[in-house]
Write a protein that binds this ligand. Sequence first.
Ligand code: HEC
Length: 167
Amino acid sequence: MPHADGGPVRSPPKRDPQEGNIYMKRSIFVAGLLAFGVTAAIAQGNVVEQRQALMKEMGAQVRTLGGMLRGQAPFDLAQAQSGLRILAENSQKALPLFPESSRTVEKTGALPAIWENKAHFDSIFQKMNQDAQAALASVRDEASFKAAMPGVLQNCGACHNTFRQKT
Ligand code: HEC
């Protein structure tokens, strides 16, 4: 195609002395991408490990609290309160640890349903936090503990039934 200004048709590009640099830059770029991918994978692994650790801690608390609830262990107000505090805290801490990017990781008991209904999933964590806070405020003795506890614990099953792989 002739140039509109009638000037000379540009000769084919000469080998650019900078070319080596471009390749080097590109390989640095690729290396950067790979490093980024690895970092992202590690970050996802951490997110899953972190939420599983928070869940495990809640499981341990619920064993203690459940023992008191069933009368298998004597009621202990301080223990009941520290357990409830952990349930309140961990439900808040776990909330941001379910990013969509962790949907496809292998070692997780989290079901894809979480990301199909994230608002509902998150709302159960919020409810658990509120119920645990309310129980913290109301529990004074064994009777108030027995009245408040089942409502808090019900959130574990409510979420697991829909959003966690059956074990
Ligand atoms: C809003 C949802 C939700 C609530 C509320 C919830 N869990 Fe979970 N839980 C999950 C999900 C999802 C997993 C799977 C996490 C994973 O493997 O990535 C899980 C996993 C667990 C695990 C296994 C952790 C491991 O070792 O991998 C335990 C134990 C557990 N939960 C206990 C509890 C207890 C006890 C409560 C209530 C006090 C509770 N959870 C409340 C969603 C929830």
